[in-house]
Design a protein around this ligand. Sequence first.
Ligand code: G6P
Length: 367
Amino acid sequence: TAAQKGGYPHFMLKEIYEQPDALRNTITPRIVNSLPDFTEDGIDDDVLRNLENITVVACGTAMHAGIVGKAMIEKELRIPVNVEIASEFRYKEPLINEKTLVIVTSQSGETIDTLEALRLAKRCGSKVLSIVNVKGSTIARESDYVLYTHAGPEIAVASTKAYSVQMAAMYLIGCRIGYVKGIYSEDRAREFIRQLLDVIPVIEETLKQADEVKTVANYIKMAPDAFFIGRGLDYTLSLEGALKLKEISYVHAEAYAAGELKHGTIALITDNVPVIALATQESVYGKMISNIREVKARGAYVILVSMDEEYNDGDVCDKHISIPKQDGLFTVFSAAVILQLIAYYTSDAKGLDVDKPRNLAKSVTVE
Ligand code: G6P
């Protein structure tokens, strides 16, 4: 398998570095005349035009991609999006009907809870559009429409490139919905697509921060707990950052909406507790910095991820990791890479089996 790893020590690192290609392969075939276009995928525009609300159903990382999609779609299109954990959704009477587009998201296309949720959604009369990575998988076959992500095979148990392309698929779908519903002008849709494509070189640039991230990981590896904080889209991304760290490095981590921390577990922020703070959302940047000062004042070791070129204020952060400047709607992609690298290097520094964390399976096909 050394050859399969293409010179990388682990599949996870290889897959992190494959993200520019995975995104390019997923996005570009769906762009015609600089606009999102699902003709080749056979996705009916009428379904997108007529939907009144959206429910995303998925498990694990795929569900986290849905939470990012929700934040983006609700902000941009003002269409309500509900995100449901498949194993919860399937055992309740879901609030969906024929006006709901159900988006089922799954890397493998075989997760049993997600598959059963899909079947329930169809029985409720909703149309199902799935975002799936594995061609011909059961979820793909049973859906009304499929938008395949083209990440290629993902071997590492911890999902990385599949997550990024799921987010990209949500962004493409959101943009097409906005366009066919007339919420987005043609110009706005084109501008959105331009910024989405820009994510690819931005990630290439972001990957150059790997060595910086490694030094951070050497710190985090000693901690029993870590916190991820952010606001808006940054918060939705931090959920995945915390999951990734827990899954492969066994450092207990929690994601908190930055403003909520003081209503919850700020008591756990004591000397040297690592806090990974995402601050890429301009409209709440000032609020975010004051939240960071709150944890810093309690002794936290703050790792700030932001678009500032450098950040030298020691009252704010101990370590700054900079990502390229972009519109805040699109920073989740590059910030995700930083969070994946944090989890990867922490696990590796602890000498753990990065690609095969204990007790986890790549795909869960039994209940
Ligand atoms: C398993 C994996 C997770 C994954 C989840 C959903 O629990 O360990 O990494 O996110 O299943 O998998 P799917 O293939 O449906 O995206």
